[in-house]
Ligand binder design. Structure first.
Ligand SMILES: N[C@@H](CCC(=O)N[C@@H](CS)C(=O)NCC(=O)O)C(=O)O
Length: 202
């Protein structure tokens, strides 16, 4: 039995995207990270940081969204979301770490300060700094995606889920991707997949 904790607009969405692509049966406990339920003693036993997402698969408990996605893709997604060559596996790690270390914080800032927070709590300086921070990695990504539909091995993989999931926060934060045409094309294609639309209710 698989259980996933975390509401769909949180980072749990990366994992929900993977679970849905793999057509796995799972129980979804929609913990809202802005509510105190994240600090309930029973939940803190699973995730001592009081954060989402958390995956429970049988008696195995795993936190950290990207680690969860690697685990699910390897365990249930051979030939679908995982790859065979060691070099391609390394590229899955590379693009996932690129997404979370170079871009995720800025993407989250954009959606918080352009959409989620009340108007009075939004900070234009944070928005501008986030937009600035994204330029270099998006240029690198844009160059890499020239002539490519997917990040790794010419096939859809968990790397596409992870990186597009991160950029979905910038998209939700009204980031204008038009000057990064390859990224815009890639993002449009990955976030149009039926599994993603099912997760976000589109
Ligand atoms: N590195 C963690 C970050 C998890 C995280 O920060 N989740 C947010 C929601 S998107 C959260 O639970 N925030 C509540 C808090 O930090 O108290 C992961 O990727 O799983």
């Amino acid at each position: 039995m698989i259980t996933l904790y975390g509401i769909e607009w949180s980072r749990a969405k990366y994992v929900l995207f993977t679970l849905t692509e793999l057509n796995l049966d799972f129980q979804h406990v929609k913990i809202n990270p802005f509510e105190e339920e994240k600090n309930a003693p029973e939940y803190l036993k699973l995730n001592p940081l009081g954060q989402v997402p958390t995956l429970v698969d049988g008696d195995f408990v795993l936190t950290e969204a990207m680690a969860i996605n690697f685990y699910l893709a390897r365990k249930y997604g051979a030939g679908k979301l995982w790859v065979n060559r060691l070099e391609d596996e390394a590229l899955i790690y590379k693009w996932t770490f690129f997404a979370i270390t170079q871009m995720e914080a800025a993407c989250v800032d954009l959606i918080l300060h352009r959409k989620v927070f009340d108007e009075k709590d939004r900070d234009i300086n944070v928005v501008q700094a986030a937009e600035q921070k994204l330029i270099k990695p998006l240029q690198v990504l844009n160059d890499y995606l020239a002539g490519k539909d997917f990040l790794v091995g010419n096939q859809f993989s968990v790397a596409d889920i992870n990186l597009a999931g991160v950029l979905s926060y910038a998209q939700g934060g009204k980031y204008d991707f038009s000057r990064f045409g390859n990224v815009a094309r890639f993002l449009g294609a990955i976030l149009s997949r039926p599994a993603y639309k099912k997760v976000v209710g589109g």
